[in-house]
Design a protein around this ligand. Sequence first.
Ligand SMILES: C[S@@+](CC[C@H](N)C(=O)[O-])C[C@H]1O[C@@H](n2cnc3c(N)ncnc32)[C@H](O)[C@@H]1O
Length: 276
Amino acid sequence: MSVDKHFTVQFTGEKATLLATLYGRAHDSMADDPILGDTAAADLMSRIDYDFDRFRMRRGETLSVAMRARQLDQWAREFLTSRPDATVLYLGCGLDSRAFRLGPPPGVRWFDLDYPDVIDVRRALYPSPEGYRMIGSSVTDPRWLEEIPADRPALVIAEGLLMYLSESDIRNLFSEIVDRFPSGRLIFDAISPLGTRLQRFTRPVQAVGATFTWALDDPHRIEQWDPRIRLVTALPAADLPGVEKLPWDVRLAVRAMRLIPPLRWAGVLLRYDFTR
Ligand SMILES: C[S@@+](CC[C@H](N)C(=O)[O-])C[C@H]1O[C@@H](n2cnc3c(N)ncnc32)[C@H](O)[C@@H]1O
């Protein structure tokens, strides 16, 4: 990866949260025994002039970012192993190196999408090899989808994105995706209504003035939106592998959360299949 410039970024609101997740992955990669080990994140962070301390992220929070990313990486890898000809749409990619971290099979077409000003920064920091493209657009503007060839199964990844959208935007997005591709898989994280209420305790989100606007009360609700979509896995964030690496006080809190269903399901990672 050729990265040799320094950037001052002035994102606010939900755009600035990409710097918190970047920080989380970078921080994890500096550990002796990392969860994700995304060294590209540390490299990028060192080239971005930004006051990362404002997020006041504790070790438990940075490792949680890495745990979520690792699980979504694993799900993505599984899909791409069975469909090495897939088209990947990573929506709200921020500055994540997933397209390079995963080393997808050569037949995969990979599209990273985020707001135009985020993609401007991304273009300056990342190479654009064959089979890989960046798209600067709001995910809610349906025109970007017209640029994507629709002849292959799609893997749609949305990490840390959908909670910033409205339910009607998400419904429209999913139905446009399902209309367009022959089949595919959606993988994303979501928070429950209780999780939304707890956002005032989520320091990185508070620090940049972002707001969670969408909550999912039941993973089966997405199937009710569109019967072509079928739930494959709902994994509570509290059950993610890697908890043993969290500081002892966070480990205790996570164990307590697992015993109280509304807290256990406050954050969830989801996998759905769809067929047109
Ligand atoms: C928490 S960050 C996650 C970034 C990346 N997925 C990661 O894990 O590092 C949320 C991302 O969603 C993007 N985002 C939020 N609303 C969006 C929209 N309407 N269209 C495109 N991107 C959006 C933000 O710009 C930001 O990059």
